[in-house]
Design a protein around this ligand. Structure first.
Ligand code: ITT
Ligand code: NA
Length: 206
C-alpha cells in the first residue's frame, strides 16, 4: 500500500519511508507528483501550515494525504526560527545557510552576555513536528504533535539527518541528531513522537 506525503523535503521523505516500511507501506511524495504546485505556507502556526498542505494536496489528488510542518524553536531567540525554520537565512531549504544564520544569531546574543560561559556552549531548544492526515472524501482530518528537547551547540557535527540536526545536541546520547541512525532519531525525534501518536489514534478507529 502507498501513503502520499505532501512534502518536497528529501530528509522527511527518507524518515517517513523508513518509519512506514515495517508496516509494508511505501511512501510517495511531491517528487512523484511534479505537476502539483507549491503550497504557500503563510500560516502562523505549524498546525495551520500542516493542515493547509494536507488539504491542498489531498483535494488536488482526491486521495488521503499526510503533511508535516515542523521547525526548530530556540529559547534564547524567543522561539525563532519556528515556522520560518526552512527559510531562516532567506532561501527556502538551504540547510547550510540556515545553520550559519542560527550560529550568528546566537553568537550575537552571547557577546552581549559573555559573562555566562555555559550559555556560550549550549542553548536550550525544541524541535516541533505537527502531522495532519486529511481525507478529501470525508473532509475529516487527524492531527498529532511531537516535540524533542535538546541544545544548540556551537560546532556542527555529523552528516545524518537534515536541516538543523548537526547543531541539535542530545545530552542522553552525547551526540547531535545528525550523528544518530535513522532508528535512533525516530526513537527520540519530534517526528517520531508525532508518528507514534498518529498510529495510536488511527488504530483507535479500527
Ligand atoms: P515541506 O513543506 O515540503 O514538507 P519544508 O522543509 O519546507 O518541506 P517545513 O516548512 O515543515 O518543511 O520546514 C521544516 C524546517 O524545519 C526544515 O526545512 C528544517 O530546517 C527544520 N526541521 C524540521 N524537522 C527537522 C529535523 O528532523 N531535523 C532538522 N531540522 C528539521
Ligand atoms: Na513550514
Amino acid at each position: 500500500e502507498t501513503l502520499i506525503v505532501a512534502t518536497r523535503n528529501p530528509g522527511k521523505v527518507k524518515e517517513f519511508s523508513h518509519a512506514f516500511a515495517p508496516f509494508g507501506w511505501s511512501v510517495k511524495s511531491m517528487f512523484d507528483y511534479p505537476e502539483l504546485p507549491d503550497v504557500v505556507e503563510d500560516g502562523n502556526t505549524f498546525s495551520d501550515n500542516a493542515y493547509k498542505k494536507a488539504k491542498t494536496i489531498g483535494d488536488a489528488l482526491g486521495m488521503p494525504v499526510l503533511a508535516d510542518d515542523s521547525g526548530l524553536c530556540v529559547d534564547a531567540l524567543g522561539g525563532d526560527p519556528g515556522v520560518y525554520s526552512a527559510r531562516y537565512a532567506g532561501e527556502h531549504g538551504d540547510d547550510v545557510a540556515n545553520n550559519d544564520k542560527l550560529l550568528t544569531e546566537l553568537s550575537r546574543l552571547r557577546t552581549s552576555d559573555a559573562s555566562n560561559e555555559n550559555e556560550r556552549m549550549l542553548s536550550p531548544a525544541q524541535f516541533v513536528c505537527v502531522l495532519v492526515l486529511y481525507d478529501p472524501l470525508s473532509g475529516e482530518h487527524v492531527e498529532t504533535r511531537g516535540t524533542a528537547d535538546g541544545w544548540i551547540t556551537s560546532e556542527p557535527q555529523g552528516d545524518g539527518g537534515f536541516g538543523y540536526d548537526p547543531l541539535f545536541y542530545l545530552k542522553q546520547y552525547g551526540k547531535t541528531m545528525a550523528q544518530l541512525t535513522l532508528d535512533e532519531k525516530q526513537a527520540v525525534s519530534h517526528r517520531g513522537h508525532a508518528l507514534r501518536q498518529l498510529t495510536e489514534k488511527l488504530s483507535a478507529f479500527q
